[in-house]
Design a protein around this ligand. Sequence first.
Ligand SMILES: Cc1cc2nc3c(=O)[nH]c(=O)nc-3n(C[C@H](O)[C@H](O)[C@H](O)COP(=O)(O)OP(=O)(O)OC[C@H]3O[C@@H](n4cnc5c(N)ncnc54)[C@H](O)[C@@H]3O)c2cc1C
Length: 416
Amino acid sequence: MAGGACDPAFRGGANLLTWAVFRGGREEGRDGAMSGNHPEIREAVAALCAGFPGEYWRKLDRERAYPTAFVKALTAAGYLAVLIPEKYGGSGLGISEAAAILEEIHKSGCNGGACHAQMYIMGTVLRHGSEKQKKKYLPKIATGELRLQAFGVTEPTSGTDTSRIHTTAKRVGNKYVINGQKVWTSRAEHSDLMLVLARTAPRDEGKKPHEGISVFLVEMRQALGKGLTVKPLRAMINHATTEVFFDDLKVPSENLIGEEGKGFRYLLDGLNAERILIAAEALGDAEWFIDKAKTYAGERRVFDRPIGQNQGIQFPIARAYAETQAAKLMTEKAIRLFDSGQACGAEANMAKLLAADASWNAADMCLQTHGGFGFAEEYDVERKFRETRLFQVAPISTNLILSYIAEHVLGLPRSF
Ligand SMILES: Cc1cc2nc3c(=O)[nH]c(=O)nc-3n(C[C@H](O)[C@H](O)[C@H](O)COP(=O)(O)OP(=O)(O)OC[C@H]3O[C@@H](n4cnc5c(N)ncnc54)[C@H](O)[C@@H]3O)c2cc1C
């Protein structure tokens, strides 16, 4: 990943200082810094991903099919249970290891979007579920016997304003009856369990608009056809996303997570982990684009020279590298704070913002570096280009992060 071979200071009349820094055409320690911490985890993940090359993802993309074999391999290797405590059958590791896994998946050209939720949405059950719920579900989630891949938050009419969701859950005896609709519920067809956000009290009844929302764990295999309908939603990328309809779906009251009415608070509690892990995926994408562009720029000859000899090609690659490194530093800071139990809302949000921007800029650069071939399916650039665009919108859009920084970090007036 180091840019040493193309470094102009090294090749043309370098002074002593540059020689010291760029010894052997590589900045010292550069490879280590780029590949990051947990080298043994990264190596093992990269080895697993090597079994799922571009042609595997291309075929799935064409058919809009789910990467079942890839997800099974990650599950069998224990990577999706990394955040589950050992007492519930997981590895009990931190967000640092989870981020390394997802970054490496994306850096290898694969996509963690098919299963990343299995890693972290169980956090809602872990933090707020009863001991009975944890014992019942977490060990099976850890082995992959039960897949908890789906979290239904977004609705067609509420948009980012979760306080305005219309899905309701009414208590009737020892059950809740759920009615409503979700959209963009990813992986619902490939999950056994789904977390669902529903209103248990009207919006105007509480002191704050977000009160009165609750979280339920729906056992999908029992619910399908009995009040639960899942419809695939074809999208720009292969993300196994769906529309979900609830029509008098009955859920046992014991499947309420935590206290009634506090669901939005529980959702917020999981957001920092989500932001950091999505940042890690975006970083992995950025690294993939930079590597792909660097390789192509060195090989493609036009006007009797490699295109990478032209500064017009080099500079965008160098800029993408610098932006990615900066985003990586912010992500590492967020990880350090998170894993030591400190507040990290600002850092986690900034990491996601910067990493999503770095990956999108790197994608654009990589496509441009490839010229017409960037559009050809077989190079994988156009697929990754479409995939990495998602990070600007989901799971949280860039504007909403900027709004968070403006209001909560800079103290600017609340805008909504
Ligand atoms: C492929 C895919 C997978 C997804 N998976 C899931 C999932 O598994 N579960 C789930 O619950 N959701 C999922 N989502 C939904 C995703 O989280 C939302 O699309 C995202 O949060 C944005 O919400 P929205 O689409 O309703 O946009 P809207 O809220 O309608 O916003 C539209 C645009 O307006 C901007 N905007 C809105 N309000 C403001 C404001 N006050 N100031 C400035 N700009 C504003 C937004 O930034 C956005 O760019 C997924 C989406 C996609 C595309």
